[in-house]
Design a binder for this molecule. Structure first.
Ligand SMILES: [Mg+2]
Length: 175
């Protein structure tokens, strides 16, 4: 069970995920979560940190898609348009369907795709089910969907077993 939930990498903030390192692992496509991964929960606006990070990934030739379980399609699409990254909402992770769709769109297979997110039971599980390179990050805020808070209780047990300390990190925390 833990094998499906274990991320290949963990970072305190998404901004530490380095494009050059991904490329050196053979990664060509990055599927990144939205809420609490690149923006605070339901705060769908850009930030300097986000724009710098996206530009860095693109400078290494990485193809990017935001894959989110959010239902706020219009707001998410408008953020995506602003940073020139396609967005898939209502992804239903840990279902693999939306991730497969994103990979097909970006022309990448699972072994050359990184899946990044702040939740073990959605982002990491979906990515691991496909055999992608999975990267867990700390959530950008403590605000989240009430259902998520319940899942976090379970998640804490998993992370403790995996010896990962996933504490929320403020959004402008750039290292
Ligand atoms: Mg999230």
């Amino acid at each position: 069970m833990l094998r499906w939930l274990r991320p290949a990498e963990f970072h305190k903030t998404v901004w530490q995920v380095d494009g050059a390192k991904l490329v050196s692992r053979g990664v060509v496509a990055v599927l990144v979560d939205l809420d609490n991964t690149i923006v605070e929960y339901r705060q769908y606006r850009t930030s300097d940190a986000l724009e710098k990070w996206i530009a860095g990934l693109k400078s290494h030739g990485l193809r990017i898609c935001i894959v989110s379980n959010s239902r706020r399609q219009a707001l998410a699409a408008s953020l995506g348009a602003h940073i020139d990254v396609p967005v898939i909402t209502r992804a239903g992770k840990p279902s693999r369907r939306a991730l497969r769709r994103a990979m097909a769109m970006l022309g990448a297979g699972p072994s050359e795709t990184a899946v990044i997110g702040d939740q073990v039971f959605t982002d990491i599980l979906a990515g691991n089910r496909l055999g992608c390179h999975t990267i867990l990050v700390s959530p950008l805020s403590r605000h989240e969907f009430p259902g998520t808070r319940l899942v976090r209780i379970l998640e804490r047990f998993v992370l403790r077993s995996l010896k990962i300390d996933q504490e929320a990190v403020p959004p402008d925390h750039v290292q």
